[in-house]
Design a protein around this ligand. Sequence first.
Ligand code: CA
Length: 235
Amino acid sequence: MTESGPRTRILIVEDEAAVRGAVRTLLVRAGFEIVEAPDGATGLALALGTPAPDLILLDLILPDIYGLEVLGRLRQAGRATPVVILSALDTVVDRVAAIEAGADDYVAKPYDPTELTARLRSTLRRVGVTRGLSTLTLGELTLNAVAHEGGRGTRTFPLSPTEFKLLAYFLRHPHRVVPLGELGTEIWGHDDPTNRHAYAQAIDRLRDKIDAPAEPPMLHDSGDGGYVLSESPPD
Ligand code: CA
């Protein structure tokens, strides 16, 4: 395939050499540049280093640091690099914990090669859209993509990577009902009904930041399980 500009760089953090090799072969064929780490500490160092990867494919059970801890340290360091978990652990609890920790998507082992490539491309596409913006506004509400923070009137507030994506999505689709399932697909990469409680909790945390107690609310419940971002309540 032909590409213009530098190729998208994916960091694979995976301790099993056979899995790492198979994923590398798959992703090189798909046109990606690959960086590899056999353990969490190496992965974290590469994730925080220069040049930073565009996406991290992260195993959970690693010999040194648990995968979610690698993810947590990355987010604590202020990095919003998209992370896709690739793990044999595949219960609802595992998936919800990964989303709560700031993962962008979750693929179970054994993985289907076509699906894995498609999910990585989908995640990169979502993040690429976010990267293209500098500031989005609605009334006195703003999202500053450079500072990675939200603002309302004269106050500003920090945003987790998930809250950042949520606010960007709401600001791009103001004054209309956004169903929770649509947010699942757009923000978390899949609308899994078993994860909707976690989606709703993340939206509640964003709402606490957007709507301070003394301010007129801007993020409204639509009454049918959806949300509306608007200066005035929905009809
Ligand atoms: Ca492993």
